[in-house]
Design a binder for this molecule. Sequence first.
Ligand SMILES: *Cc1c(COP(=O)(O)O)cnc(C)c1O
Length: 390
Amino acid sequence: MQATTQLLHSIPVDAQTGAIAVPIYQTSTFVQEAPGVNKGYDYSRTNNPTRATLEQIVAELENGATGAAFSSGLAAIDAVIKLLESGDHIIAVDDIYGGAFRLFDKVYKKFGISVSYVDTSDLDAIAAAIQDSTRLIWLETPTNPTLKISDIKAIAALAKENNILLCVDNTFASPALQKPLDLGADIVVHSGTKYIGGHSDVIAGLVVTKTKELGSQVKFYQNACGAVLSPFDSFLLIRGLETLHLRIKQHCRNAASIAGFLAQHPLVDKVYYPGLSSHPNHATAKAQQEDFGGVVSFSLKTDTIEAATAFVTATRFFHLAESLGGVKSLVSHPASMTHKSIDEWRRKAAGVSDSLIRLSVGLEDASDLISDIDTALALVAATHSSSVTI
Ligand SMILES: *Cc1c(COP(=O)(O)O)cnc(C)c1O
């Protein structure tokens, strides 16, 4: 069976009514026949039928044993870190999502959990960072915003050898393009806010574990700490999932066209897209992903914050906003938005130059998106370029 058919038919028809859409069980509690005698549900923080359906669908989609849905991607990440104990050590991708860095650095550090940030596209660098107390390797691949790729299979083997858990934040690829559990990871997390929700209308997070044992630990923390996804938001994610493969196919197609256009544009310096053969990790991306995703980053030859600002305020179809993965295209300027709080040297070392621009390529027609970019670049040239003429 093909992936889309499998996904669509993993969404159950309601047994009680025959409803083809998953019902929203907007209820806090469930009536019991006698104390402890119920129909499988007692209180919606612990379990809710709409959320349970979403969790089952996502577990199947990622080929895992257990799914857990949270009220944000960060709550999902938080639940995974709670598997650790004081004194434990994490090896994390250096290009990590800013919110995850803040959680590690400002919250878990004070509880005695330490983190080494490593270029995880370099296996030797990971091996060198392993300590006796290392319990978890934290990957994002592709990363934000420079779309660096790490070899999940090789890192999973290294993790297993050293009895370390491997968790992959699969937000940028989505399960339509990459299945970390099949490549040896123990845990997958998602910001469901992005491609899984897909319509920029919900904040959500997901955890899927390879084993039932890990799953029941995550479920314990989900209930104990309480950052659960609401029934309505669970419904929105299920509805988003119905078109996941279709949307991702078009996101990838549009992004590839745009990356190709940018790569030959005289005002553009570097283009970051794993689908370009010039991308340093192109071969790894090709081996572990079905396609190369919907995010494209690029820098300008005029490498200034002013030139980038001129671009991001000139586009018509790319709205200036944080986030990614929705049907409408978005543009962002990491140096003055998501990465603003990071020290300038650290930001630049991570490849986030002053003019780096990130596009979340949506589902508009590629020709309209390209002419929008072309027009905005021409405006930058007219106002901010001293040395380059077109
Ligand atoms: C957005 C994002 C998160 C955080 O998700 P929220 O739903 O915003 O809490 C985590 N990881 C990555 C890669 C993201 O892009």
